[in-house]
Design a protein around this ligand. Structure first.
Ligand code: GRF
Length: 188
C-alpha cells in the first residue's frame, strides 16, 4: 500500500496528533506522518513529534510570509494531505488555492452546529441533548467544508464542560482515523 504523506498542524495538547501517530504505525493505515507544524512553541503536542522522531516546525505566524514558509516545507517533504488537529489559525484562501491536495480538520461539535470557538460552553448553554465531533474537508468557509464522518453521544444533565470535552475527545480519537481510512477508500 502506498501511504499518503501527511503533515499534522497543531497548536496545543496534541491528543489527536498522538493518536494519529500511533495509528499511522499500522502497516495498513493509509497515511504516514512526515511533518508536524505548530504555531505555538509551547504546544505540548510537540513532545509527541519528538517522541516519535517526526520532524517538526514551529512557525512564527507574526511573519508576513509565514504561509509561504509552510508551503515550502510541505513541498520539500512531499506532503499530500494536511490534517488539522487543534490548529488555532485560520487557513487563508491563498493557502487553500496554493496547496491543492486534501486538507481535513476535526471539530468538537456536530457540524453545522456550533462552528467556531468555545464550543463546549455554547453547547451546554444551549442545553443540547446530543453532541459529538465532526471530521470534514477544509474549504474557504469556517468549519464549512464537506463532512467526512461524525460521531455523537447524549449529554447527561450533570455534565460539566470538562466531562463534555473528555467524552468528545474520546470520540475524536475514533473518528479521525476512521475518516482518514474513509477518504482513502472513497473518491471525493
Ligand atoms: C480538539 O477537540 C479538536 O476538535 C479541536 O481542537 C482540539 C484539539 O485537541 N479542533 P488536541 O490538541 O488534539 O488534544
Amino acid at each position: 500500500m502506498v501511504k499518503k504523506k501527511a503533515c499534522v498542524f497543531i497548536s496545543g495538547e496534541g491528543s489527536n496528533l498522538r493518536n494519529l501517530l500511533k495509528r499511522s504505525r499500522d502497516y495498513n493505515f493509509p497515511i504516514t506522518i512526515k511533518l508536524v507544524i505548530s504555531n505555538n512553541s509551547k504546544a505540548r503536542g510537540i513532545n509527541f513529534a519528538k517522541k516519535y522522531s517526526i520532524p517538526y516546525l514551529i512557525i512564527n505566524t507574526k511573519l508576513r510570509n509565514f504561509e509561504n514558509l509552510i508551503l515550502n516545507n510541505l513541498k520539500k517533504n512531499g506532503i499530500n494531505i494536511i490534517c488539522l488537529a487543534g490548529y488555532m489559525k485560520i487557513i487563508s484562501k491563498k493557502f487553500l488555492r496554493s496547496f491543492k491536495k486534501q486538507i481535513i480538520n476535526i471539530h468538537p461539535s456536530l457540524l453545522p452546529k456550533f462552528k467556531g470557538l468555545n464550543t463546549f460552553k455554547r453547547i451546554l448553554r444551549k442545553k443540547e441533548i446530543k453532541t459529538g465531533c465532526t471530521v470534514h474537508f477544509v474549504n474557504e468557509k469556517l468549519d464549512g467544508g464537506r463532512i467526512i464522518t461524525q460521531k455523537s453521544f447524549y449529554i447527561m444533565s450533570n455534565f460539566s464542560e470538562f466531562e463534555l470535552k473528555k467524552r468528545t475527545q474520546n470520540l475524536e480519537h475514533i473518528a479521525y482515523p476512521e475518516a482518514i481510512v474513509k477518504i482513502s477508500r472513497i473518491n471525493y
